[in-house]
Design a protein around this ligand. Structure first.
Ligand SMILES: [Zn+2]
Length: 332
């Protein structure tokens, strides 16, 4: 249903929309058949054009036909804040460095009615993540570590990571002072949870910290069971990674402490029937004991990062580190 919801972008201080290219005056989505018809008289065919696009090579060719596109757009402005709280660090020098916890506060609002309900509550996505972050803030405020810890309830994740991307572009503290991001987005507790996945752990020194925190709360850390989903790049932590900041996103996996439970089937069913649906509400199963241990593991991990002598570093030669933080962190 293309076009049902309008596109959204954040605007900079001059009012210009981020990621807007005035050169592109209109665009259109075509089926492969219509694409092939459009390219009939062109020097390259549809298949070839698709290969070129997939290889990210720019290619402009005469189509041999003339087409007219007309488009009518309406623009509006709204504002929706990120909400930030800070626990000051206890160490005079390290207190100017920050570990940033994040969880998005938005969901998709009201929409198409399903079974008489048009309110998309987003209990798992991401009211639960935001609630866990608030509990983490409470625990960390009661026993502050050496570095400062910032907690951001982020807006507009569902519209394309807008709140985190805005913060990454206009941080309220210097970017270099942010040592790590700990993100939380839709952890599922549909059954007693045994296994956790730490997205991003393999890219930086955060792996050791997360391993210790998961083990301390009785969880087993397992490799990403669905690497093809690229989850590390699909939530707010990626806005921080793109600024060169090591990030971690702790999530639950399929393994259960109850061997009779097929966790993968239950999670798959949730994603197919309840993800981004009005039924993502408190009628969904929620294994509270797992939530408590997970909340502690996440707090422990953030506290350790904020209290360790050394700030986290990207692994040598890591793809994301080389791409986004190419300057060596220690003297040349
Ligand atoms: Zn989410």
């Amino acid at each position: 249903m293309t076009g049902r919801k309008p596109g959204m972008a954040w605007v900079d201080l001059s009012g210009a929309a981020d990621g807007y290219f005035p050169e592109i005056q209109a665009s259109v989505m075509l089926s492969p058949e219509a694409g092939a018809a459009l390219l009939e008289g062109a020097p390259i065919g549809f298949e070839e054009a698709r290969d070129v696009a997939e290889a990210s090579v720019t290619a402009s060719v005469p189509l041999g036909i003339e087409a007219t596109l007309s488009i009518k757009t309406e623009h509006g402005q709204l504002s929706s804040p990120n909400v930030i709280g800070i626990v000051r660090g206890t160490d005079a020098e390290l207190a100017d460095e920050y570990v940033v916890f994040t969880a998005h506060l938005d969901h998709v609002g009201r929409g198409v009615e399903v079974d008489g309900d048009d309110i998309y509550n987003g209990m798992y996505d991401n009211a639960l993540g935001a609630a866990i972050m608030i509990e983490n803030a409470r625990a960390i405020a009661a026993s502050p570590p050496r570095r400062s810890v910032m907690f951001i309830a982020l807006t507009a994740e569902e519209r394309g990571l807008l709140g985190s991307d805005y913060f990454a572009h206009y941080p309220t503290v210097p970017t270099e002072s942010i040592v790590a991001n700990v993100n939380m987005d839709m952890p599922l507790f549909l059954f007693p949870v045994a296994d956790l996945v730490a997205f991003g752990a393999e890219h930086s020194s955060l792996n050791a910290v997360v391993e210790a925190a998961a083990t301390a709360e009785g969880f087993v850390l397992v490799p990403d069971p669905v690497p093809e989903e690229h989850l590390f790049r699909r939530s707010d932590q990626y806005s921080f990674v793109r600024k060169g900041i090591p990030a971690i996103y702790l999530d639950t996996s399929f393994g259960s402490t109850d061997p009779a439970i097929d966790g993968k089937a239950i999670v798959t069913e949730h994603l197919q029937k309840h993800y981004h649906q009005p039924s993502d509400d408190l009628s969904r199963p929620l294994h509270w004991d797992s939530v408590i241990r997970f909340t502690r593991a996440n707090a422990r991990m953030g506290w350790d990062i904020a209290n360790n002598d050394a700030r986290p570093t990207w692994n040598d030669g890591d793809f994301f580190g080389e791409m986004f933080a190419p300057t060596p962190q220690e003297g040349l």
